[in-house]
Ligand binder design. Structure first.
Ligand code: ADE
Length: 229
């Protein structure tokens, strides 16, 4: 998977991606993460990328020219079905595990991160991005949302989590029929008087599987009853 990120703050993306599993995914060649800064494309003598809104109002709006030129400079794969262009926006469709799984089948995703009061509307009209929101709240910029998408999409790419691991039993995933994950325990057997449930110690895989399934249902019922429908 090739991720190309249009951002005024590339260091936010680079810093996150230089750690942990994302870093390993890049080293193993399973994903690549490239940033593109619209400021580098600004034709303004002060490298301006924003301006005051027509009609008045607070804040600054990202201008068309640097974003269009930056977008056009990115080399895109030819196969349309394997390509997606996503704008991070609180007005977009709400992100979820199903979207993550579907996007994991692409070969290239270009992300457009906003900042300030938003984008000139002509960026939406002409470039027609798919708009995605990570929730009903407003962030200062799209970078955090972009990283949320990169992380959750990548988990669904083969071998990203390591050869013997998978996202199959994550909350919301197929392995759990879209339910929340069951509780996990590790050593010691007892801590502050809380004991590991006996069933997890008896080595009976069928019983353990059934216990976990029941715990998943119980959790989902109390925390997210909406998922049971
Ligand atoms: N940019 C600002 N807020 C956002 C959100 N909730 N989701 C995606 N991008 C955003």
């Amino acid at each position: 998977m090739k991720y190309d990120i249009i951002t005024l703050f590339p260091e936010i993306i680079k810093s996150y991606c230089s750690q942990s599993i994302t870093k390993r995914g890049i080293e193993k060649g399973i994903i690549s993460v490239n940033t593109h800064n619209p400021r580098d494309f600004s034709k303004d003598k002060h490298k301006k990328v924003d301006d005051t809104p027509y009609g008045g109002g607070e804040g600054m709006v990202l201008t068309c020219q640097p974003i269009f030129d930056c977008y056009n400079s990115i080399k895109k794969i030819e196969t349309k079905e394997k390509y997606e262009f996503i704008m991070l926006s609180p007005q977009g469709e709400k992100f979820n595990q199903n979207i993550a799984k579907t996007l994991a089948k692409k070969e290239q995703i270009v992300f457009l991160c906003g900042h300030y009061e938003g984008f000139d509307e002509r960026i939406r009209l002409a470039l027609k991005p798919r708009e995605i929101s990570i929730g009903d709240y407003v962030l200062t910029g799209g970078e955090l949302a972009c990283l949320v998408l990169i992380d959750s999409i990548s988990r669904n790419i083969k071998d990203y989590l390591g050869k013997d691991k998978s996202a199959h039993n994550d909350s919301f995933s197929d392995g759990l029929n879209g339910l929340l994950e069951y509780p996990q325990y590790t050593k010691p057997r007892e801590y502050l008087g809380f004991k590991v449930p006996d069933v997890l110690l008896n080595g009976n895989h069928k019983e353990i599987e059934e216990y976990r399934r029941q715990e998943s249902i119980k959790r989902t019922k109390t925390r997210r009853p909406d998922l049971l429908n």
